[in-house]
Write a protein that binds this ligand. Structure first.
Ligand code: DLL
Length: 437
């Protein structure tokens, strides 16, 4: 059995987990109904009373909560306690409109840091690690969320925040960091820069704990090859509190959900149908313990599936699969559904290609087009016409097999595509710009 931060919570049998979830669900539903106007109005409108929740399945009678609900109640309309009891605020800006806000009581912060400490231990961290946090510190939940989880674990936290990559590497080397916390794309940027500077061998890293954005197993494998570390993924979102919802263990077979605090459902929203174990759909999350801002059946837009099979690591917590995409990330190109992660899987598996790419979608003469720009490892290839053509043809072929679609491919110089220091934005959908004009 692997080391765990909270053996009891992480190894309950299914019956015990369900009993605890039901008890907490009943409580949080009544609490939200009594303390948050929006929930009371929603429940009253359909004649639902908290006491109607008698089984876990009854959760399906509760209306979803959406990002628009959070925006409509901006900034503090969904808080269930007076401001005096809120000791921290976080927010996520998203791409449009008002930010989404989350408020925490002291108890919420305590539960949150416990959940993050669990996720860190799942990733293989111990109280002996020196962990560099390269997530931004600020309203984003990543920096502070991981920070307090690391302290809870008893490891040493280096709160370097994001940006200034050369300095990050110097500190990592000088402080002997054994674990790096970052988005996968920023971890890759740090890794490539360390390689360019020739200092990889001076680093003592043994873990890369990544999260906050989508990444593929191929991206993890590339990270492992360059950094020589074991990458694991963790998941969370501002609306339900931040990181600490779920994390991978060293078995790397899905992310363990801290189910005593977060109740997951996978739903086919269009047909209002709960999906079976193993089926993919949108994940809804109910925060079972949050008192600052309770949230019921939040529509994450993240597409994943669940399994309840106990893991080899000894944990019994449900596991969510890697997020294949977001419902609002899915591109529809000439009627074909495309997830950026499908493209990433193809590119990352090719040794000739660098690890940075972008996807440009456009509409010319009413016809959608998609172009992938990707860096090559060896720039001399760009002036060798026959090699270049051969590689482009190979990439196009692989993309067509996966996407059933013709994709334009443009190979570019190493380090010519801008790097992100936080969450990367790989897709430029020019069609959206045209619609706005
Ligand atoms: O990204 C919280 C977080 C911070 C998670 C640090 C993990 C580590 P938001 O900024 O609100 O919160 O963004 C949440 O990011 O709905 C997913 O679409 C995406 N996301 C987060 N973690 C993962 C992951 C934080 N491991 C949104 N894989 C979520 C894929 C992820 N997508």
């Amino acid at each position: 059995m692997q080391k765990m931060f909270d053996v009891r919570a992480e190894t309950m049998d299914r019956k015990e987990i369900k009993e605890l979830q039901l008890e907490r669900l009943k409580h949080i539903v009544a609490y939200a109904y009594e303390n948050v106007k929006m929930y009371k109005e929603r429940f009253d409108k359909i004649g639902l009373k908290p006491e109607h929740i008698k089984t876990l399945k009854d959760i399906e009678n509760i209306p979803y909560t959406t990002k628009d609900d959070l925006r409509d109640n901006y900034p503090f309309g969904l808080l269930a306690v007076p401001m005096k009891k809120i000791v921290r605020l976080h927010a996520s800006s998203g791409t449009t409109g008002k930010p989404v806000v989350s408020g925490y009581t002291k108890k919420d912060l305590d539960v949150w840091s416990d959940c993050v400490a669990r996720v860190l231990m799942m990733a293989g961290a111990t109280d002996e690690d020196i962990i560099q946090v390269s997530f931004g510190y600020g309203l984003f939940t990543g920096g502070f969320g991981l920070h307090y989880g690391i302290e809870k674990l008893g490891a040493t936290v280096v709160p370097v925040s994001s940006g200034n990559t050369e300095r990050q590497i110097m500190l990592m080397k000088d402080f002997g960091a054994t674990a790096l916390v970052a988005t996968p794309s920023y971890a890759m940027y740090i890794a490539e820069t360390a390689r360019k500077e020739g200092v990889l061998q001076d680093l003592k890293l043994r873990l890369a704990i990544t999260g906050a954005e989508a990444s593929t197993p191929e991206m993890h494998e590339s990270l492992r090859k360059i950094l020589g570390v074991f990458p694991t993924e963790n998941y969370g979102l501002t609306e339900v509190g931040g990181p600490g919802v779920a994390g991978e263990c060293s078995e790397k077979c899905g992310m363990h959900i801290n189910e005593d605090c977060y109740y997951p459902e996978i739903f086919d929203i269009e047909n209002n149908r709960a999906m079976h174990e193993g089926e993919y759909g949108e994940m809804l999350l109910t925060a079972l313990t949050k008192e600052g801002m309770p949230i019921l059946r939040y529509r994450t837009k993240d597409i994943t599936s669940l399994t309840y099979e106990p893991c080899k690591c000894g944990r019994t917590l449900a596991r969510m699969s890697r997020i294949v995409g977001r419902t609002d990330d899915m591109l529809i190109i000439r009627g074909v559904n495309v997830f950026p992660s499908q493209i990433e899987s193809v590119l990352m598996a090719m040794d000739e290609l660098g690890k940075t790419y972008e996807i440009i979608v456009d509409r010319v003469n009413y016809m959608d087009s998609i172009e992938v720009r990707v860096e090559v490892v060896d720039p001399s290839l760009l002036v060798d016409y026959s090699k270049l053509e051969g590689l482009v043809a190979k990439i196009k072929h692989r993309l067509r097999v996966v996407l059933q679609l013709d994709v334009k491919v443009r190979l570019v110089e190493p380090f010519s595509i801008a790097r992100a220091e936080g969450k990367v934005k790989r897709v430029k959908d020019l069609r959206k710009l045209q619609e706005k004009l």
